[in-house]
Design a protein around this ligand. Structure first.
Ligand code: SAM
Length: 414
């Protein structure tokens, strides 16, 4: 771990602005901006008021930081009030609850120093330091380094954190003996957006895929955040892939290095603070296919992505409605956190006119649209099917045995 925590105060104006925001004048201006925002003051009068206090150069940054903190508060709680953020780093920041979970698993086998490769605003760095590690936080972006240093200090873990400029590709290339930059463990969260657009190709992430693979090879006590859509074929042998779901969406996909890997695939569901996990040591294969029966089950997206749907299907006595579609069906409702279930009232070939007539006849005026394997957008479908009736229905547009099919379901899921 490098002993030198000082950084060259770059002449970068963005860094200078962050330093001003960290100082007493910046803190006072951001507090004032937060009060104005809380009172519902609009941008133009808000900025005018701030300009009177701190001048035109600083009014905008103070307003922006107050706005970002307000946006961060639902996820970061009271920590948000002291975090130094930019719009980009807030967007890239993971949830503290999940960062803490990752940190505790990364350290569980005794590592006490971690390289956070690409620290951005330092939210992972802070979680690692809070979990008891000494953290080397690396980023090539001077603003990111300024944010991480400021945030670690503001949240009381500054003494555990060393912030350093560096290129992740070079650091991974020079990793030896299971260590990287003198640290026993590493966490890597590649930038997966460029120019405001998501980079779907892992070879275009920064750092790119070869560095991800090399890190997993060279530093067994490592974890990498990857895109949820990562192709299973990319996952190196012996590395565990985990998909984490919260509130019905995949919030993280992780690759655990061989020193931490415990299984082939893991699906994790975070539910009201509780954590449910499903694992498989080998590929369980696909669920069998069968007809649409009395109940339709919509699997959690993390379950689908992890390739473990067939385990839940076997538990529920359920079958796929089509070999290419991730909907399950069974005779009975499912009492399972891994799926949402709907009672199937009708199964009919897709025909908008006939569907409308059927819904009118049933007094259905409000529709929740769902689709899989169809180009139709659920919102468009719901709008097209809206009518005068007071009843509601879930309308699922999908494919059954290859044919475009509509399932009309009861609205109460379970
Ligand atoms: C997705 S963000 C990390 C977010 C962070 N883990 C968090 O929880 O807030 C990726 C970071 O990696 C940095 N980065 C990307 N490529 C890099 C490279 N080759 N060397 C150093 N830093 C790099 C970017 O500047 C960015 O701050």
């Amino acid at each position: 771990m490098p002993p030198d925590r000082t950084e060259d105060p770059a002449a970068d104006p963005a860094v200078a602005t962050m330093r001003w925001l960290r100082g007493p004048e910046g803190a006072a201006a951001t507090r004032l901006a937060a009060e104005l925002l809380a009172r519902g003051v609009d941008l133009i009068p808000g900025l005018a008021r701030l300009r009177e206090e701190v001048g035109p150069e600083h009014a905008g940054p103070a307003w922006e930081l107050a706005r970002l903190r307000a946006r961060a508060r639902p996820v970061f709680g009271p920590d948000a009030d002291v975090l130094l953020l930019t719009a980009d780093t807030l967007e890239q920041a993971g949830r503290p609850q999940l960062a803490a979970r990752r940190a505790s698993r990364l350290l569980a086998r005794g590592a006490d120093s971690v390289a956070d490769l690409g620290c951005a605003a330092g939210t992972d760095t802070i979680a690692l330091a809070r979990a008891g590690a000494r953290v080397l936080a690396v980023d090539r972006d001077p603003v990111a380094r300024e944010l991480t240093a400021s945030n670690a200090e503001a949240l009381g873990v500054g003494d555990e954190v060393w912030v350093s400029a560096g290129d992740i590709v070079e650091l991974v290339d020079s990793a030896r003996g299971g260590e990287i930059a003198g640290c026993a463990a590493a966490t890597l969260d590649p930038a997966r957006r460029a120019g405001g657009r998501r980079q779907l190709d892992p070879d275009r992430w920064s750092p790119p895929w070869p560095t991800v693979a090399a890190l997993l090879d060279r530093v067994p006590t490592s974890v990498v955040k990857v895109a949820p859509g990562l192709d299973h074929d990319r996952v190196p042998d012996g590395v565990e892939a985990e998909w984490v779901s919260l509130g019905g969406s995949i919030v993280e996909a992780l690759l655990w290095g061989r020193g931490l890997s415990e299984t082939w695939r893991r699906t994790t569901l975070v539910l009201d603070g509780a954590v449910l996990e499903l694992t498989a040591d080998t590929d369980p294969g696909n669920a069998p296919v069968g007809p649409v029966r009395g109940w339709l089950h919509e699997p959690d997206p993390a379950l689908i992505r992890s390739g473990l749907m067939s385990l839940v299907a076997a538990d529920l006595g359920a079958t796929l409605i089509d070999p290419t579609i991730a909907y399950l069906s069974s005779d009975a409702p499912a009492d399972s956190p891994w799926v949402s279930s709907y009672r199937v009232d009708e199964v009919l070939p897709f025909n908008l006119k006939k569907l409308k007539a059927l819904l009118r006849a049933r007094g259905v005026g409000r529709v929740v649209g769902k689709k899989r394997g169809s180009p139709i957008e659920p919102e468009t479908l719901a709008r097209q099917l809206r009518g005068p009736g007071s009843a509601s229905a879930v309308v699922v547009v999908t494919r059954v045995a290859g044919a475009p099919t509509v399932l009309v379901c009861d609205v109460s899921d379970r």
